[in-house]
Design a protein around this ligand. Structure first.
Ligand code: ATP
Ligand code: MG
Length: 327
């Protein structure tokens, strides 16, 4: 697997009035060229921080404490601003939760799309891109301002902007969370169709484990700024090894409507004041033992996936398959 993005031992803390908050606590991850990758985890697990870090788009109060991210072999942490801007324009495409905040409210759509494309495209080229993004009446859309579009149309425009230069990596952070339930599937269909057309890697950050497992080849489960489990979606869902993954599957199974937030897992996610020297999930884990509070579990191969839990084998042997977990 050729890596499109290589993330190495990456640590990010936010400076806040109350001290530092560690959002990423040692992430190692290679994103393969052309793969579809879903990243799941509860609110605050660090998904958006990871997505933004790939484009060096972190908030000004973020501090990179360790590690590096390479996009197409180029460091986004140490390269100069011009190099990173070029990487962002030519290699990366971003789709965020709220399309309106990604669009310039004062500029017609056609002009925004033209600026995102290479060179000086003519009207026909702009409209062709809008049609690729599933927009009927591209002429009317091009003449519109963002506020004249529905949320679903605006997100199609954002996807058009993201693919304008055939990026190698598309990063979509909760791309349907702000949209009506009725159009979420169609927007996801479009993202995956654009991925297939361009051959880009697609990274989707989401709470929706079922959608991720259904649509993505590989899944990463994050907790407390760390990767706790990763592997082929079918392997992770079919035989989840980390207690947190099992809890997520159980919570998702209790949810009838797709796209809804998970049922809460008892307890709250941690706010890390320092890199963790233990297992961050231990306070909420029914299987936690003394060792979990003392020793940070290393990531290792268990079953078909990679897991950071001291007792993954025992827990899997004792508590059965995902189907049983969900029941
Ligand atoms: P959600 O599902 O709610 O979008 P997330 O998984 O995307 O959550 P992040 O937004 O990456 O999580 O946040 C990770 C941690 O960093 C959380 O504890 C969050 O409160 C904190 N955090 C994020 N941005 C900032 C910021 N600009 N300043 C201070 N803390 C921040
Ligand atoms: Mg987020």
């Amino acid at each position: 697997m050729t890596a499109a993005v290589d993330i190495r031992d990456f640590v990010v803390a936010y400076e806040t009035g109350g001290g530092a908050v560690f959002a990423l606590d040692g992430i190692d991850l290679a994103i393969g060229a052309g793969e579809t990758l879903g990243i799941v985890g509860e609110s605050g697990s660090g998904k958006s921080t990871l997505g933004m870090a790939i484009g060096r788009l972190l908030a000004p109060n973020a501090r990179i404490d360790a590690g590096d991210i390479l996009v197409a072999g180029c460091s986004v942490t140490t390269s100069d601003d011009e190099t990173v801007r070029r990487l962002r324009r030519e290699r990366l495409g971003f789709v965020f939760q709220n399309p309106m905040s990604a669009l310039d409210p004062t500029m017609r759509i056609g002009r925004q799309v033209a600026l995102a494309m290479e060179g000086t495209p003519d009207t026909a080229a702009v409209e062709r891109l809008l049609v690729r993004a599933g927009l009927d009446e591209p002429g009317r859309v091009a003449r519109s301002f963002p506020h004249e579009l529905s949320g679903g149309m605006a997100q199609r425009v954002v996807i058009a902007l993201a693919i304008a230069r055939n990026p190698q990596i598309l990063i979509a952070d909760e791309p349907t969370a702000s949209l009506d339930a009725s159009i979420r599937d169609r927007i996801l269909d479009l993202l995956f169709a654009m991925r297939a057309e361009t051959g880009a890697s697609l990274v989707i950050l989401s709470h929706d484990l079922r959608m991720i497992v259904h649509r993505c080849e590989r899944v990463i489960v994050m907790y407390g700024g760390r990767i706790v489990e990763m592997g082929e979606s079918q392997a992770v869902f079919g035989s989840p090894a980390h207690p947190y993954t099992r809890a997520l599957i159980r919570a998702a199974a209790g949810n009838e409507a797709p796209g809804e937030q998970l049922d809460p897992i008892p307890g709250v996610p941690p706010v890390l004041r320092a890199p963790s020297a233990d297992c961050a999930f231990a306070p909420r884990c029914a299987h936690a033992a003394e060792r979990c509070r003392r020793e940070r579990p290393a990531e290792r191969a268990v079953g078909g996936s990679r897991v950071a839990c001291h007792f993954a084998e025992e827990i899997m042997a004792a508590s059965g398959t995902a189907r049983e977990v969900a029941e």
